[in-house]
Design a protein around this ligand. Structure first.
Ligand code: GDG
Length: 726
């Protein structure tokens, strides 16, 4: 049976030590619910921390044995791990960094070391469980290195990663000393999921700027693997909240229901966290009461603050701040029969929570940052029957992307919140119903089950995926067939592009010289009787001559301007360079305004290179060149050609296809192979006879019949051809 291994910081059970022994509390969180919905043909194994530390060996064995019955695998953490990994790097570094609270970030090497070590512990725990064909789904910010660590050991395993919190803008992320390691960790996955497109965009921008990988519609090429990055807004167990608790109402539930009938209730529920915007919310409520005496005695704010992370300083201070404000407001406005804020620093059982959702008139959810915020969705689902209630939601919560019908507010703008409270109090019943219904429709369709199912199915698809969706990769049997055709042909013609095909791109083109291994392969091929090798490049003739002149192979420089024949360069076309005097100043001006770019001047070509320029700026400048040169190119009969991070200007009628035709027209070879990687090589592919082998190196759209993933593969193919005679 195929298995899915879920890896998250916490297991869906929590352990407690009591005098009577160990107690296991199951916690049916959203994730656990979602996963039960996966097709029954999946076996589910869950790996995570059970929530207590420093067990004796005998206790660990007992716990492991007990949890194994539920398919749960514990990862045991020491107290030091909890301090440095969980409370340290997770909650004092990543949490504030990813929620835009730079003032709270602790940069501490010990925390980082602990984070790496604990991520390795989780990875080791997965490694002991994993079997071929298992798929692994890793969750959240505590385990960002796990996909990368797993990938090192399990090259073929399908790995998914989902981040439940925001991914910050590059401008903030870049300040993290361990930024590249975290990105590489995540990139070990095949599928990386976020709640919103904004987080996905920030992630891809950081990957581009810090690791240099460019995305193509959310897909990245990482070590010859496709990594897909996509948006999966998490839903909830809709029915659970729509129906509420099935048990007989407790005294607390009765009280809440009755209370809701006598007053308009505004509900606020969060974990104690500075990201939740609780102090600002309390201030907004105070100002609302100041401005609207008419509601005194008629409205109550029910404020549930669930204790959390008590060992982190800021949380303690935050609690003090909130409690002082609550005290001030109750003291200022309260009467003998009205308490403006009912404040609870504790959690409630589900039946009470559900009664609060159902009885509240308004949910006031105003985080300063929040990955998603499920409370907002649970409130809306709880209004399934009555269709009355108003959601006031921060535009900084991921949930705002899914719920535009809420009254969206800026959580820093107190007046905006006050205004929305006033609107919510007065909103006509029909409008409340309409807004709720649209949100409910979406919550029903995109529930937690849908979320888990779509993630897993996309994760499995990604493994098979080729960017651009084109299935053109040269398969093993086609590779073998090509080699056989090469061996059996009486003469052979190989037409090879150089940069991006035989060597990888580097920032400085001069550094992309051929290494000894490549020279040996070309030499060996060239020594085979009947084999002709032509390198068709955009490079200048001097460079090509220096690099390959001695090999005795044939060369084409400047896309066909120069041909290397019998030991000397000859001009192939009617070309002139008089236009350079007009074009060069325009390009120099471009370089002055575009740091990192430069002009390469060849005999009959001017090339503007922009590999080191930000891609958006590069794209803007390419547009400028096209527009700026439009008259000049027409008058001088020039063409503007876009290659890989280079724009070249040269005489019209010169291109690699035309150069290639000179060999094609006179060859008697039955075996012809053309390989190239960029736009300019498309002309070569198109000039080839129908039965030639044409191979694109890379994934972009092409006229070539086949693709190879990388220059490494292109070289491997040539190496196979070179040894096919021995
Ligand atoms: C992360 C991200 C993202 C709250 N108080 C009580 C109680 N709750 C339950 C709610 C809800 C859950 O806790 C809180 O969900 P959130 O979405 O607000 O936040 P987290 O789970 O802490 O954190 C967040 C989420 O992951 C999912 O990806 O939305 O942005 O930070 O389900 O109902 N439950 C009970 N009593 C309470 O007093 N029983």
């Amino acid at each position: 049976m195929p298995r899915i291994l879920i890896v998250s910081n916490r297991l869906p059970v929590t352990l407690d030590r009591t005098d009577g022994g160990l107690i296991y509390h199951p916690s049916a969180g959203g994730l656990a619910t979602g996963l039960t919905s996966l097709d029954d043909s999946w076996e589910r194994i869950w790996i995570g921390w059970p929530g207590q530390s420093n067990f004796h060996l005998a206790e660990e064995e007992e716990i492991t044995h007990h949890l194994a019955k539920e398919n749960l695998v514990p990862v045991f953490l020491s107290e030091e791990d909890v301090t440095n990994f969980y409370e340290g790097f997770c909650n004092k570094t990543i949490w504030p960094q990813f929620h835009y609270f730079p003032q709270y970030i602790a940069y501490n090497d010990d925390y980082w070391e602990a984070y790496k070590a604990v991520n390795q512990k989780f990875t080791d725990a997965v490694a002991t469980q994993i079997r071929p064909d298992d798929i692994v789904w890793v969750h959240d910010y505590q385990l960002m290195l796990v996909p990368g660590m797993l990938r090192k050991q399990f090259a073929e395993t399908s790995i998914g990663f989902f981040l439940h919190i925001p991914f910050p803008s590059y401008e903030l992320f870049r300040t993290l000393p361990w930024r590249e390691e975290l990105l590489h960790g995540m990139l070990g996955a095949d599928l990386i999921g976020f709640h919103t497109f904004g987080y996905m965009r920030h992630f891809l921008s950081s990957v581009y700027r810090l690791v240099g990988m460019e995305q193509n519609f959310g897909k990245l090429l990482v070590d010859n693997r496709t990594v897909n990055v996509d948006v999966f807004p998490m839903g909830i167990n809709y029915e659970k909240y729509a129906e509420g608790a099935p048990t007989l109402p407790s005294a607390e539930v009765e009280f809440i229901r009755d209370y809701g009938k006598r007053r308009k209730l505004i509900l606020s529920i969060d974990r104690l966290d500075y990201s939740k915007g609780i102090p600002q919310r309390v201030l907004a409520y105070e100002r609302f009461l100041e401005r609207n005496p008419v509601y005194h005695g008629k409205v109550t704010l029910i404020m549930v603050v669930v204790p959390s992370r008590a060992n982190v300083d800021q949380y303690f201070q935050l609690k003090e701040t909130i409690e002082q404000s609550v005290g001030r407001i109750n003291g200022r406005f309260g009467t003998f029969n009205w308490i403006p804020i009912r404040y609870y620093y504790r959690s409630f059982p589900f039946d009470s929570l559900s009664a609060m959702y159902k009885s509240a008139h308004i949910a006031l959810i105003t985080p300063i940052r929040d990955g998603m915020n499920l409370v907002a969705k649970e409130f809306v689902a709880s209004k399934h029957q009555e269709k009355q209630g108003v959601l006031i939601l921060s535009e900084m919560a991921g949930a705002a992307s899914d719920m535009p019908e809420a009254l969206l507010i800026n959580p820093i703008d107190i007046n905006d919140m006050v205004h929305s409270l006033e609107m919510a109090m007065e909103m006509p019943a029909e409008e409340q119903k309409e807004r709720l219904e649209s949100m409910q429709e979406r919550l029903i369709q995109y529930d937690i089950k849908y979320w888990a199912r779509t993630f897993i199915s996309q994760q499995m698809d990604t493994k098979k995926l080729l960017p651009e969706g084109e299935v053109k990769l040269l398969e093993t049997d086609q590779w073998d067939e090509l080699i056989e055709a090469y061996q059996t042909a009486s003469s052979r013609l190989l037409m090879l592009d150089y940069d991006g095909t035989l060597v990888n791109f580097v920032n400085d083109p001069d550094d992309a010289y051929p290494d000894q291994e490549l020279l040996d392969i070309l030499k060996k091929l060239n020594e085979q009787p009947g084999t002709t090798i032509v390198i068709i490049s955009g490079r200048d003739r001097h460079t090509l001559g220096n690099w390959f002149g001695e090999l005795g192979i044939e060369l084409v420089a400047e896309h066909g301007v120069w041909l290397w024949r019998n030991g000397r360069w000859v001009l192939s076309n009617e070309v002139n360079s008089s236009w350079k005097i007009d074009v060069r100043p325009i390009m120099d001006n471009l370089v002055a305004r575009t740091p990192g770019s430069f002009v390469e001047e060849k005999d009959y070509t001017l090339a503007w290179h922009y590999r080191r320029v930000d891609k958006d700026l590069g794209a803007k400048r390419v547009r400028e060149i096209r527009d700026g040169l439009i008259y000049l190119t027409a008058n001088h009969n020039l063409q503007v050609l876009e290659g890989n991070k280079v724009v070249e200007i040269r005489n019209s009628g010169v291109h690699k296809g035309k150069a290639a035709s000179m060999w094609i027209n006179k060859t008697t070879s039955k075996f012809i192979l053309a390989m190239g990687d960029d736009h300019t090589d498309e002309d070569t592919f198109q000039a080839m006879p129908r039965d030639a082998y044409t191979i694109k190196v890379g994934y972009a759209k092409t006229h070539a019949k086949h693709k190879l993933r990388s220059t490494e593969q292109a070289r491997a193919l040539l190496a196979d051809l070179a040894t096919s005679f021995s």
